[in-house]
Ligand binder design. Structure first.
Ligand code: HEM
Ligand SMILES: [Ca+2]
Ligand SMILES: [Ca+2]
Length: 204
C-alpha cells in the first residue's frame, strides 16, 4: 500500500470518528407519536383555533395556562392558551396526580393541529385511549400558534361512554390538571410546567 492511500484511509477514519463523537446522543425529537387527529366539525364552527371574547362562559388561569370552557347539550368545548410553542393539555377528574384523568392533548405542528384523547395510565404517565381498547372521542379540534403562544380548542362528549374516559355532567365541579411544553410538540415529552385547579360545568 502506498503512503497516499494510507494517508487517505487514515483521514477517512478520523472523519468517521469525529462524526460519531459529535452525533447527538438522543435521536432528534420525533413528531408526535400516536394517531394524529385533525378534525373540524361543521356543527361546532367556533372550534377554529381562536378564542373570541364571549365565546366561553367559564374562564380561569391554571399555572400560566388560560382555560376557557362552555357546555353544549351533550358536549364540552374547551379553549386553552399556553405561553409555549409545544403541546398543551388538560386532564379531567384525575384520581391521583395524572392517573385516570381524561387527558386531551393538542399541538400545532407546521400550522396544523394534532390532537389526541388520552388517559392517565399511572401517577406520571398517559397513553392514547385507543391503546387500551378505548376510543378517540374528540368531536372537533383546532389550534393556532403565534408569537410563542399556542391556542388549542376542542370539543368532547360530556359522557363518551368510553370506559377510558371519566364521565362529566352539567353542574359538576371537576378537578382538572393542565400542562404544557415550551418547545416540544412530542406528546411523549414531559411538561415544562403543570398545575391543577377546578372548573364548574354550568348549564349551557
Ligand atoms: C409524557 C408526558 C408526561 C410525563 C413524562 C409526565 C411526568 C410527570 C412527572 C415525572 C411528574 C412528577 C414531577 C413533577 O411534578 O413534575 C408529573 C406530575 C404532574 N403531571 Fe405530568 N407528565 C406528563 C404529561 C402530563 C400531562 C399531559 C398533564 C396534564 C394534562 C400532566 C399533569 C401533571 C400534574 C398535574 C402533575 C402534578 C401532580 C401532583 O403533584 O398532584 N402531566 N408528571
Ligand atoms: Ca380520554
Ligand atoms: Ca375516549
Amino acid at each position: 500500500m502506498d503512503k497516499t492511500l494510507l494517508l487517505l484511509l487514515g483521514l477517512l477514519a478520523a472523519v468517521g470518528a469525529a462524526v460519531f463523537v459529535f452525533l447527538p446522543t438522543h435521536p432528534s425529537t420525533p413528531v408526535t407519536t400516536g394517531t394524529p387527529i385533525v378534525r373540524t366539525s361543521a356543527a361546532l364552527p367556533s372550534v377554529d383555533g381562536v378564542i373570541k371574547s364571549g365565546e366561553y362562559s367559564g374562564q380561569t388561569v391554571i399555572g400560566d395556562v388560560e382555560v376557557n370552557w362552555a357546555t353544549e347539550k351533550d358536549a364540552l368545548r374547551v379553549g386553552l392558551k399556553s405561553p409555549g410553542a409545544g403541546w398543551v393539555a388538560i386532564g379531567f377528574d384525575p384520581a391521583t396526580m395524572m392517573d385516570k384523568a381524561n387527558i386531551i392533548l393538542g399541538a400545532v405542528v407546521n400550522g396544523a393541529v394534532v390532537a389526541r384523547d388520552d388517559v392517565g395510565t399511572g401517577l406520571f404517565s398517559h397513553a392514547p385511549d385507543t391503546s387500551s381498547g378505548g376510543q378517540d372521542n374528540l368531536l372537533a379540534a383546532a389550534g393556532r400558534e403565534s408569537n410563542g403562544e399556542t391556542v388549542f380548542e376542542f370539543a368532547i362528549p360530556l359522557n363518551s361512554g368510553d370506559p377510558a374516559d371519566r364521565p362529566l355532567a352539567i353542574g359538576q365541579t371537576v378537578k382538572v390538571i393542565v400542562a404544557y411544553q415550551a418547545t416540544s410538540d412530542d406528546f411523549g415529552e414531559r411538561h415544562t410546567r403543570r398545575a391543577s385547579g377546578e372548573i364548574t360545568l354550568t348549564a349551557p
